[in-house]
Ligand binder design. Structure first.
Ligand SMILES: C[S@@+](CC[C@H](N)C(=O)[O-])C[C@H]1O[C@@H](n2cnc3c(N)ncnc32)[C@H](O)[C@@H]1O
Length: 259
């Protein structure tokens, strides 16, 4: 991974680590995030890997369904928040490991299940992330990538990605649902399944989660207000609930089996 981008990712997520375990900031990830695991069918005694695991929300969901899980991430503070949370939840079958998703420290075909949730948009070359995930998946094993997605209209997608980058400089690009599905399909997999969910969030805690956002807040709010007034679409569905500004996030989970 490019060293400058790795440093940007680490800086951003060191600042966000606490928020990732706070319901106030990431309530929807915690309470609505496990659906991404719905199409997984791990065999008895399965060994799983969560790539770019952060604090391991997906890893912890998996830990209840498989024999053991490795949660790998680039940012030690995220892993530490996850290790503490896993201990609190009494989960003893997760190992938290620091490493680069583009150079996984595992032999080929090491895992029955390999997942990555809500992280592909931080990669300059998501194709490389998927190729590396496939490499460490056993033939017949499952891989799942879930991510925030952008509109199919590239002008709308560009506006969404511009806003996301203002809030978090480690954001590279949300793919469209079609692009994400195509990337997985191009791996030559079988049993491809796609599931999509849209969730609404209040804008204030979303902005409060990243350290960069307070400086970008007025620009981001202005973009949402402009769309509400009939201006440029952001692809983020801004709306008001009891006078508070909310927006929407669309997630897609693509699950497939390695041949
Ligand atoms: C938005 S968080 C998602 C965390 C977690 N997967 C979840 O669903 O809650 C993105 C994570 O990707 C990690 N990340 C970004 N690039 C990475 C890379 N090349 N290798 C490993 N982790 C990476 C960041 O450190 C961060 O923890």
């Amino acid at each position: 991974m490019d060293r400058d981008h790795a440093a940007t990712v680490r800086r951003s997520f060191t600042g966000q680590a606490e928020a990732f375990e706070s319901k106030r900031f990431v309530g929807n990830l915690v309470t609505e995030g496990e659906w991404v695991l719905d199409h997984l069918d791990p065999p008895e005694g399965a060994v799983a890997l969560d790539v770019a695991a952060g604090s391991g929300h997906a890893a912890r969901g998996l830990a209840r369904r498989v024999a053991s899980v490795v949660a790998l991430d680039l940012t030690p503070a995220m892993l530490e928040a996850g290790r503490v949370a896993a201990e609190h939840e009494g989960l003893r079958n997760i190992t938290f490991a620091c490493g680069d998703a583009l150079d996984l420290p595992f032999l080929d075909a090491s895992f029955d299940v390999v997942v990555s949730r809500f992280a592909a948009h931080h990669f300059e070359e998501p194709r490389r992330l998927l190729a590396e995930m496939q490499r460490v998946t056993r033939p017949g094993g499952q891989l799942m990538v879930a991510d925030l997605v952008a509109d199919n209209d590239t002008a709308v997608a560009d506006e969404q990605n511009r806003i996301e980058q203002l809030r978090d400089p480690s954001h590279v690009r949300c793919l469209s649902a079609t692009e994400l599905t195509q990337l997985v399909d191009e791996l030559g997999v079988s049993d491809l399944k796609v599931e999509e969910r849209t969730t609404a969030r209040p804008v204030a805690p979303w902005l409060g989660q990243t350290t960069k956002a307070p400086r970008a807040e007025s620009t981001i709010r202005a973009a949402f207000d402009a769309e509400l007034a009939g201006g440029t679409p952001t692809g983020m569905g801004p709306h008001r609930r009891d006078h508070e500004l909310w927006f929407e996030q669309r997630f897609v989970a693509v699950t497939a089996r390695r041949r």
